[in-house]
Design a protein around this ligand. Structure first.
Ligand SMILES: [Zn+2]
Ligand SMILES: [Zn+2]
Length: 126
């Protein structure tokens, strides 16, 4: 029985991340998974998230001064950026990249990577 419940919880958590279409925090994953499986504890969410990370299915999105978000590795592997809504604290994927950042780099430096998070209000909060 325990095994079956664990599998159900695992599936609910995996599905929550899979169908979100945006990076989710542990709390958000917990909220969504709780709608499908009644008995899913936050600790279980942590454990499954770590397991999915180890398996390479999802990756963490580190958030300065906030809790980490998680997104599918298949999405993370495509260069994209995020929008953070200050009102509801949700993260969204945004299309495109301004580019041209090499111009900002001091002479002799080699640019290898950039992170960019836009912030403001999402459509629901604006
Ligand atoms: Zn919002
Ligand atoms: Zn970019």
């Amino acid at each position: 029985m325990t095994q079956q419940r664990t599998t159900k919880q695992f599936e609910a958590i995996r599905k929550a991340i899979d169908s979100a279409g945006r990076p989710l925090s542990i709390e958000e994953i917990h909220d969504v998974a709780s709608r499908t499986v009644e008995t899913v504890g936050q600790r279980t969410v942590y454990r499954v998230v770590r397991q999915l990370q180890d398996e390479g299915m999802i990756v963490g999105v580190s958030v300065p001064n906030g809790s980490d978000r998680y997104e599918l590795a298949s999405i993370a592997s495509k260069h994209h950026h995020h929008f953070h809504c200050k009102a509801c604290d949700r993260f969204f994927d945004v299309d495109g990249c301004p580019g041209g950042l090499k111009k900002m780099v001091p002479k002799g430096f080699v640019l290898e990577h950039h992170d960019l998070t836009l912030s403001g209000l999402c459509a629901a909060c604006a």
